[in-house]
Design a protein around this ligand. Structure first.
Ligand SMILES: [Cu+2]
Length: 161
């Protein structure tokens, strides 16, 4: 009887955890900002974000020079229009002092993250980076897949006032 009681108690505890997880998942379904978000992202209206589209082809970025304004919100949309997978490695771009990242969004779902090192895009897929540029300057990015950078698959983001 005591053993059965223990099992029931444990089951109830597990159920309570599951309910808590469900509530947490529901909270993330809203567009609320998570705790600990970068201060540059406070009060940003993402509906006003400028969409900047970059096509990832075999093997190049089009365009490969991108100009962004400091402090403005952007949805940097990476469209893989090639036959091969490609990625974008932020040589010097993906740095917490250079951009404040809100999230990585795609038609498969999204990742709420403060930073990424590299974004991998399958052929015919699209991934968006929601970001705010923080620091003026020129920052490199490139494709790390086999030989692509050597073929010229690299680019520069210029952040201007
Ligand atoms: Cu590539």
């Amino acid at each position: 009887m005591l053993v059965l009681g223990n099992v029931v108690t444990r089951a109830l505890r597990a159920l309570r955890w599951l309910m808590l997880l469900a509530v947490t998942a529901a909270a993330f379904a809203e567009d609320d900002l998570p705790q600990g978000m970068h201060p540059a992202l406070v009060g940003i209206d993402w509906a006003q974000a400028t969409r900047v589209e970059v096509d990832l082809g075999d093997h190049l970025y089009e365009p490969d020079r991108i100009m962004l304004h400091k402090g403005k919100p952007y949805k940097l949309t990476l469209n893989n229009v090639g036959r091969f997978a490609h990625d974008m490695v932020g040589g010097s771009l993906f740095d917490e002092s250079v951009i404040a990242l809100r999230m990585v969004n795609s038609n498969a779902g999204r990742v709420i993250a403060d930073r990424v090192n590299s974004v991998y895009v399958r052929p015919k897929h699209t991934i968006e980076l929601w970001l705010v540029p923080l620091m003026e300057g020129e920052y490199s990015f490139y494709c790390s897949l086999n030989g692509h950078r050597e073929d010229g698959m690299e680019g520069v983001v210029t952040i201007v006032p």
